[in-house]
Design a binder for this molecule. Structure first.
Ligand code: ADP
Ligand code: ZN
Length: 224
């Protein structure tokens, strides 16, 4: 079960990738999460990456490819994986195709989350991330009028991601249209793409994804 999940920034890729990873028991490979870990470590590599991330630009391909390659070659990817945030441009897509061919793990399905620009802006500017359990929440989607000030799941401190400000969000949307959309087009041409309405609740979106994946992949393959 070798999957990629696409969608504009804030479409819910991270949330859905986590759910898919847990339900189907395959590792979740998020280049965004891995890069943020590197930034946190404060190495020279991390400081370099941070300059790009804070502006909403893509981190140079060589850096991301290095991280990705190391991760995808780990043993746990033998049963499958879900890629979130990679490939983000045509160069990365070409690199991924040849790498996966070499290690004999071809991409089987590509999930494309469809969400309008309007909704995206609202979500990104209201997004908070729990510093403890790393779950995402949105202050605009909370059911009560009360503003949530700590993680509803574990009580951890809620943080605003450094790249969730209006300027950076605009740039991330541009980068997505110019560089990532052509990659998705490539997978459409290959007939690999499952389109999912990303404007439902996180649970509703996951249900749609799960139903389709269970139809496509035979159940024995999924559970073992
Ligand atoms: P989002 O999809 O919501 O923008 P991500 O967590 O996937 O968030 O990515 C955050 C940032 O990390 C991107 O704006 C970019 O700077 C960097 N990044 C993540 N994946 C890649 C990649 N494959 N290539 C280059 N930069 C990346
Ligand atoms: Zn939490």
């Amino acid at each position: 079960m070798n999957l990629i999940i696409f969608g504009p920034p804030g479409a819910g890729k991270g949330t859905q990738a986590k759910k898919i990873s847990e339900y189907f028991n395959i590792p979740n490979i998020s280049t965004g999460d891995m890069l943020r870990e590197v930034v946190k470590k404060g190495t020279s590599f991390g400081r370099k990456a941070e300059k790009y991330i804070s502006k909403g630009n893509l981190v140079p391909d060589e850096l991301v490819i290095k991280i990705l390659k190391k991760r995808i070659k780990r043993k746990d990817c033998n049963k499958g994986f879900i890629l979130d945030g990679f490939p983000r441009n045509i160069k990365q897509q070409k690199y991924l195709s040849s790498l996966l061919e070499e290690i004999e793990k071809p991409i089987e399905q590509v999930i494309n989350l469809i969400v309008t620009d309007e909704e995206i802006k609202k979500r990104l500017l209201g997004r908070r991330v729990c510093s403890e359990c790393k779950k995402n929440f949105n202050i605009y989607q909370s059911n009560s009028d009360e503003k949530i000030d700590k993680c509803p799941v574990c009580g951890g401190k809620l943080m605003i991601r450094g790249d969730d400000n209006i300027e950076t969000v605009k740039n991330r949307l541009n980068v997505y249209s110019e560089q990532t959309k052509p990659v998705i087009e490539h997978y459409y041409k290959k007939n690999f793409v499952i389109e999912i309405d990303g404007e439902n609740s996180p649970e509703g979106v996951f249900k749609d994804i799960k139903n389709i994946l269970e139809d496509i992949f035979d159940k024995d393959q999924i559970c073992c």
